[in-house]
Design a protein around this ligand. Sequence first.
Ligand code: NAP
Length: 422
Amino acid sequence: MTPLSLARSLTRSFVKAMPWCILVHHHLAQGGCGWLELSATSPCLRRSGARLRRGKCTEMGSNPTGTATAQKTPASAGAFFIAEGDAVVLQDVVMETALAAVATRPGAAHLVTRVEPVLLPPRAPGSVRLRMLAAPINPSDLITIAGTYSRTVFPFRPGFEGVGEVVEADGDAGLRLGSRVVPVRSAGSWSSVRDVAVGDCIAVPADIPLDQAATSFVNPLTAITAVEQFVTDRRPVVVTAASSTIADHFAALLAEVGAPAVGVVRSSRSRVRRPELWSAIVPSDAEDWRIRLGSAAADAQVVFDAVGGDHAAVVMETLARAKLLVSYGLLSGEPIDTTRLRPRVALRFLHLRALVHDGDPTLLRRRFDRAFALIRGGVLHTDIASTVPLCDITTALEHGGRGGGKTLLRVSGPTVRCSRGR
Ligand SMILES: NC(=O)c1ccc[n+]([C@@H]2O[C@H](COP(=O)([O-])OP(=O)(O)OC[C@H]3O[C@@H](n4cnc5c(N)ncnc54)[C@H](OP(=O)(O)O)[C@@H]3O)[C@@H](O)[C@H]2O)c1
């Protein structure tokens, strides 16, 4: 067996047996196949300052703590098992390892997403290395993993939102080591470590709590933009899927500008987060819901809709004076039936992606500043239903998002290390 074919067969059998381990093919200088199973807290790593050097690690067989083992077989290819946070030297290049959620193919997120160890190439100049701290699971992540957008390339590293700590940056990056930033413009935040262009990092003020920093981007910026752009007077504004996190933001922002918020929820069991922010809540499973909506929002001109399908069309039919339907989500999975919209109704689509990718970067920062100020003042708040280690992502994806707030992934740190078999 050649060294390469040995390495390949090792990869196949070990990845099958221990999918939580990383496998690095490596031709050992002295010959011999090293299989190293290491823990980031092992004395070897502590001694070498979290930089795992091949020479030291072959000594790991005698590690008294039992956290690491090394074996040698007579061959010239190697396979290394490395845990999150370790680093390996591969052909003299130091590569850190990280854990990342990977959606292997389009589909239901809990079925196609798993956590894998990945190797990080050295950080490129102009980018910042972030140790991700926390990241929420949002509907936009699930929709993307489902394969809704043809632009998504699989395997795909999800996580459009999150907060990370700067662990490595160029001297002139303007970001302090240890400071927290929110990366924008790309997915990948369900990873323990990721590299992001310095221009795509938004610095987070130190007084913003971690969970609110992790959720300060997707919903706050969309709601702030929508209200700034489309609410021009103090007439009632209708918000569908009023039990969602972003709907709570809408209600809070509408209160700020003095426009009453009228919410529609899909069921009498659906709960809005802060009922005091709403002038009326109408459950659409009630027989008389259209009459109730019509009277609560008789004067409404604007509807913010995240449901789509028939529901959006029926809401617009119910509101005789409504002139503007702002569509920013399709929770029903169905597009809006535009044939049912009155000719004088304008339909506008609002996509955070477009604001972030094509919009003015100064405006983006200004809106972030506003979001942080509103979070600080308690005007915007995201309820967190549960905080789950990255390695429990399958459970989080299967059972999360059932009301009560967001599921937050704790993406790095000692409690995140995956155990065997996950
Ligand atoms: N366009 C953009 O850039 C942008 C940005 C941010 C958010 N969004 C969209 O905004 C929507 C809400 O996001 P979020 O993070 O606030 O969600 P969230 O906090 O996870 O809440 C979603 C809630 O919506 C309700 N819901 C689910 N399906 C529904 C349906 N078919 N009809 C009515 N209500 C339904 C559920 O509440 P109950 O079970 O209690 O009814 C669910 O808890 C999503 O569609 C998301 O994609 C879009």
